[in-house]
Design a protein. Structure first.
Length: 282
């Protein structure tokens, strides 16, 4: 009898817990399905984004950042793309060679428009999962996706420029400090997503901080696990080649998308709980 009471108590606490309610909303609103859509959009947008990054990086940071540096940064963040590195490096080198004139401008504009698919898909998924009551606005979502792509592009250029200057110092740091820096960077990224890309009214900062910290910690843990699996299954790239790398990239993107959507739901629930507590206290 005592065991049954403990189990029922745990169930009641779980129902009230924000994390459990977030999981229920995630499942009821097809969060995994929207995460799959984000993952496919991320893979399709990766090439155009790297093209735009190589072109603008070649114009702005010609003496500091080479295409190989961009690919090294991508493979460091996503070890699943290691098999794609030679192909991407050669493509970006050819792109960087023509980084001037009207052709470069047209290439950047087309690449930005294609890469904005990820931002618009992410915005649509966040609305459908975290704020389903809001009406859909396809044109606005695409424009917001384009704005987010521009911000991400110039942030990546600035980050690559910083790496070009202090990259040697970062490599020499102990593993713990590098992990802390990676966690802080992920936290800032998720906080920016939930603060500016999440539809609806602006969420209170405590909800954004807590949910983004949860998402950042989950992503760093998932990234470490995926990197371990990528090293353990490294021989599969010799057998399956680019196909295996694309599948691994899709898996990593799907995991990241699920963490992002789940964290957004947690942020909304925390904001609602904070609002209800404020109402009860007045």
């Amino acid at each position: 009898m005592q065991v049954l009471r403990c189990v029922r108590t745990i169930e009641r606490v779980a129902r009230v817990c924000s994390l459990w309610r977030a999981y229920q909303f995630f499942a009821q609103r097809d969060g995994a399905l929207y995460a799959a859509a984000i993952a496919y959009a991320a893979v399709l947008s990766l090439g155009p984004f790297l093209f735009a990054l190589a072109t603008l990086g070649g114009l702005l940071l010609r003496d500091y950042v080479a295409p190989a540096t961009i690919i090294d940064w991508v493979t460091t963040q996503l070890p699943q793309t290691a098999a794609l590195a030679p192909l991407l490096t050669s493509m970006l080198e050819r792109q960087a060679e023509v980084a001037s004139g009207l052709l470069a401008v047209a290439s950047v504009l087309l690449s930005l428009w294609a890469a904005s698919l990820l931002g618009s898909t992410l915005r649509h998924a966040l609305r459908a999962v975290a704020a389903p009551a809001l009406p859909r606005a396809p044109l606005r979502e695409r424009l917001i996706g384009l704005s987010a792509t521009l911000i991400a592009l110039f942030t990546a250029i600035a980050w690559l420029g910083i790496l070009g200057i202090v990259g040697g110092l970062l490599v020499q740091l102990p593993f713990v400090w590098r992990s802390v820096i990676g966690l802080a960077a992920s936290w800032l990224l998720f906080a920016a997503l939930y603060a500016f890309l999440l539809p609806g009214p602006r969420l209170p900062y405590p909800a954004i901080v807590q949910s983004s910290l949860l998402a950042a910690g989950s992503w760093e843990l998932a990234k470490a696990i995926l990197a371990f699996l990528a090293r353990g299954l490294g021989r599969s790239s010799e057998v399956y080649g680019l196909l295996g790398a694309l599948v691994a990239l899709l898996v990593a993107a799907h995991v990241a998308a699920m963490i992002t959507l789940y964290g957004a739901i947690v942020a909304v629930i925390l904001a609602e709980d904070r609002f209800h507590r404020a109402e009860q206290s007045t």
